[in-house]
Design a protein around this ligand. Structure first.
Ligand code: TYC
Length: 102
């Protein structure tokens, strides 16, 4: 009799590790002073959103107080927030951009 070499260990299931990084919502907040056209420009420039959808999102923020403008991995979300905050500050607008875990 030969040992058949069979695996006699208990079943320890290991999942194949797929790469799905945690995602973060990036949001724009409303304020009373930032010009509507500036917000549209921000959405076009930093989020690659077309003019008509950018206008819709801006109006949603204006009416509802905030809107999610994109969902990204942590480092990309942080970069978007920094870019928007820098751009707003350089133009002396109080526009706020924040992120939170999805
Ligand atoms: N509420 C601003 C205004 O009336 C427009 C605005 C929209 C500001 C969206 C910020 O994230 C914002 N000029």
């Amino acid at each position: 009799r030969f040992d058949d070499g069979g695996d006699t260990s208990l079943a320890t299931k290991t999942k194949p590790k797929t790469k799905r990084p945690p995602l973060y919502k990036v949001m724009l907040l409303n304020d009373d002073y930032t010009p509507m056209e500036f917000v549209i420009l921000v959405l076009e420039r930093f989020f690659a959103i077309g003019h008509s959808q950018a206008t819709e999102i801006m109006l949603t923020v204006h009416k509802k107080g905030l809107a999610v403008v994109g969902v990204f991995p942590h480092e990309i979300a942080e970069t978007k927030v920094s870019q928007v905050m820098d751009f707003a500050q350089r133009h002396q607008h109080p526009l706020q951009c924040t992120m939170e875990k999805d």
